[in-house]
Design a protein around this ligand. Structure first.
Ligand code: KIV
Length: 388
């Protein structure tokens, strides 16, 4: 079994999404919780982007006890200086340097050339390495980069001292089949095997988690993700999804993470509170309905053996929920369970009448209180036959 490192960028890429601003205090709370749940790397922000970010990173660096704390930085010496100043008090500081490598970004955004970018990478990665031992280098828009050129950039960054090479799918464009081809090619044609290989996948086509799992199959030993999948546009790979896949299907991937999964629901709730943005009800692992069942056939299965319809145990993810929800689709088993949970004997009631009355109640209502259900029960009591 291989360990997969979790690099969390909730506080950087996550916050870059419109309407996801986080307070300094909120970020520190999240960082401490990420540390406690044993994330391997926390990207605390982008120090060069604004003063508030650099001040917040400094405070996070002082508060995190075990995890590597990095700041993002463009390939500019002055920005690398600011990034290092922000993280230098961390127990384990790091700098995450990046530059775009696809032709469209080099030409239309950077107004540069492939050759110039190689020289910038050489200069800036070695400059960062002169300040800090732990350097991650990212090829922005890697998945739209010519693969032979990507290999040259990777080798340059490794020669200059990068410990980790990150291959981001910046625009969420690649598919798992193509990602396999791309990663296999660079593994065979560059020195990437000498360092850690990381991936960061965006979710524009809804493929972020699939692409990340594909990368793990291709040998990535670090994955970048955010709590609740927040991030630019459609977001990033969700931390809770990757961790859950590896916990549930570790046999297939022959890999695991160090994450304390019981803390996942709590950190998800914290990110919801700090950003003011909920996750949808049907969201994997932490969504309200992830472990709730209203349909009669499913409820019957769950009551007999939860594994009939649940591939994960909610308790493993810190989720505390009554999975059986009464509604118009519910059946006999769920109503009997409800009667017992209220302290009554189901044999005293005509269960078919309970189901009939409840279903007609749910035609007009979404949920039912104990008082309302008691009323139904009193109308469905079995008649006691008195012998003459
Ligand atoms: O999506 C991306 O490419 C990034 C880089 C800055 C690492 O966030």
């Amino acid at each position: 079994m291989r360990k997969i490192k979790i690099f969390d960028t909730t506080l950087r890429d996550g916050e870059q999404a419109p309407d996801y601003k986080m307070s300094k205090e909120g970020k520190i709370v999240i960082a401490k919780k990420l540390d406690e749940m044993r994330v391997d790397v926390i990207e605390a922000g982008f120090a060069g982007s604004n003063i508030k970010d650099s001040e917040t990173i400094k405070d996070i660096a002082k508060n995190v006890k075990n995890t590597i704390v990095v700041s993002l930085s463009r390939c500019k010496e002055s920005e690398i200086d600011v990034a290092y100043e922000a993280v230098k008090d961390a127990v384990k500081p790091g700098i995450h340097v990046f530059i775009a490598t696809s032709d469209i970004h080099i030409k239309d955004k950077l107004h540069s050339t492939r050759e110039e970018v190689i020289e910038i990478v050489r200069r800036c990665v070695s400059y960062a390495k002169g300040k800090c031992e732990y350097i991650e280098f990212s090829l922005e828009d890697a998945t739209r980069t010519d693969k032979d050129y990507a290999c040259k950039v990777i080798d340059t960054a490794i020669e200059a001292g990068a410990n980790v090479i990150n291959i981001p799918d910046t625009v969420g464009f690649i598919t798992p089949i193509e990602f396999t081809e791309f990663l296999t090619y660079i593994k065979g044609h560059s020195r990437i095997n000498e360092v850690e290989m990381s991936v960061l996948c965006h979710n524009d086509l809804g493929l972020a988690t699939s692409n990340t799992m594909t990368a793990i199959r291709c040998g990535a030993n670090q994955v970048e993700c955010t709590v609740n999948g927040i991030g630019e546009r459609a977001g990033n790979t969700a931390l809770e999804q990757v961790v859950a896949v590896l916990k549930t299907r570790g046999d297939l991937f022959q890999a695991y993470t160090d994450i304390d999964t019981k803390k996942i629901k709590d950190i998800s709730d914290t990110v919801i509170e700090v950003t003011g943005n909920p996750v949808q009800k049907n969201y994997p692992v932490v969504g309200l309905n992830a472990f709730r069942h209203e349909a009669g056939i499913h409820q019957d299965g769950i009551i007999k053996n939860p594994e009939t319809y649940e591939i994960m145990n909610p308790v493993d993810y810190g989720v505390d929920v009554d999975g059986i929800v009464l509604g118009i689709h519910s059946g006999k088993s769920a109503f009997i369970r409800k009667i017992i949970s209220m302290g009554y004997n189901p044999e005293h009631y005509d269960i078919y009448e309970v189901v009939r009355l409840s279903k007609s109640f749910f035609e007009e209502n979404d949920s039912i209180t104990d008082e309302e259900f008691s009323e139904i029960l009193s109308n469905a009591q079995k008649k006691v036959l008195v012998k003459a």
